[in-house]
Design a protein around this ligand. Sequence first.
Ligand SMILES: C[S@@+](CC[C@H](N)C(=O)[O-])C[C@H]1O[C@@H](n2cnc3c(N)ncnc32)[C@H](O)[C@@H]1O
Length: 386
Amino acid sequence: MPSTDFGERVAGALTENVKVTCNRIVERKDLMPIPERAPIQSQAETSVGFADIGAVAFEHPDKCANILERIVEPYDPCRPDAAYSNAAMRAMEDYARSRIHQLRLPVRVHPKFSKLRNALAVIPYVAPMDQDSMLRQYPELRGLAKLLETCLARYPEILTGEVNPLSVLFPGGSVALVEAVYRDNPVTDYFNKVVGDIVANYIRLRSGQNTRIIEIGAGTGATTQFVLPAISTSNVTYLFTDLSFGFLNKAKVRFAHHKFVDYRVYNIEKRPEADHQFDIVIAANVLHATVDIRNALKNARDLLSPEGILVVNEFTSRQDYATLTFGLTEGWWLNADGQRIQHSALLTGEAWRSLIRGAGFYSVASHGNEDQQVIVAAASGNAASS
Ligand SMILES: C[S@@+](CC[C@H](N)C(=O)[O-])C[C@H]1O[C@@H](n2cnc3c(N)ncnc32)[C@H](O)[C@@H]1O
């Protein structure tokens, strides 16, 4: 989470970047200390009380306008942590763009990199930037810069097929280099915390009922680490899953003190063994990695109980930083559903919402900006009545 001098850096960052994201002036006094996320308030809640609403919400959905409104806080681009996250992300994206334009790339690339080569060709020019000054302003970007530089240093050999990109991204099989993208950086921390808040709000609305949670593609646990501490009731079970068995053992050690967590291999591209087993499906930065988004969303919906919700966290614009790093893997380009942003594996927020509705979800709400969003969908009218 933000360090103690976070406010100082936010102030510095915002002087340059706030104009991009906010349409009102954010004063320095607004920036420190970073406020804790307050429980969501709504008119209905003020008359009934947040906890009381939980008691009636699921039994009498007509009494609640829309449960999603109660669990998904509106996005405020001027909130200090949101503004900082946005500004840091833009700085990293500019830096990545500037770096690729400083590189001499081979004229001939291996055919397996043809989609990547086409994507490189459309990266806009950005004049050279100084990494040190970027890291002084956003120290949390150090891990991302390191991953980028490590990849770029081997780009010519990778593109000609002499070096396997996986040996660069995962040296000696280690995920440490790549982990920096998902952990302890202001961009991902902000949205992971939003996921934690949404889960906590939903559980609170259920007023003591059991809540069964499954996380898909939980990987290194970057999202899990924000969700588990947000769960303060004993009536919760949490199934940490990933396609790769390797992540499960590490997670078992890391989250051993959360006794309600279980661990299993699960592939969201496969039909669930049993339907409607869960009340919350969390999928952070994983659904875009599937070949067919519609199939993955249908499987996610089948996992959910009628009162259940899907919580998706995804980048929603083409990210040239991601192209330059994860774009080196074949998996990044394997999708075959025709729904992706051109020259990317990612989808726009609009595409996500449309596909989620198309998969049979009842209603959809989102929190975020053009570049990244947490999208929440209610499995049926039982979860969200409007
Ligand atoms: C980009 S990482 C994100 C990890 C984590 N959710 C986060 O945001 O920090 C994607 C993860 O999804 C997993 N994954 C990829 N395809 C999957 C699939 N079809 N089903 C389940 N997990 C998958 C990968 O093994 C990897 O751990």
